[in-house]
Design a protein around this ligand. Sequence first.
Ligand SMILES: [Zn+2]
Length: 74
Amino acid sequence: MAQSAVAEERAVPRPAPLSIPVRDIVPWAVFAAVLGLVLIYFVGAEQGATSLLSGTWVHEFTHDGRHLLGFPCH
Ligand SMILES: [Zn+2]
């Protein structure tokens, strides 16, 4: 009984591990990091004295995210 279970386990083909070269990942990782930093800036700091864009539409658009992430708001 135990030998047949071992034999069945050996018979199951296992997929080869997937290897992704680091050089293929780095540009996308840098892009994601820059995009994340821009998003964090607009959610967390685009208001008041640090505001780059005039008006309050960015503040209002990201307002719920600001509160969700715990940034000071009002
Ligand atoms: Zn608020």
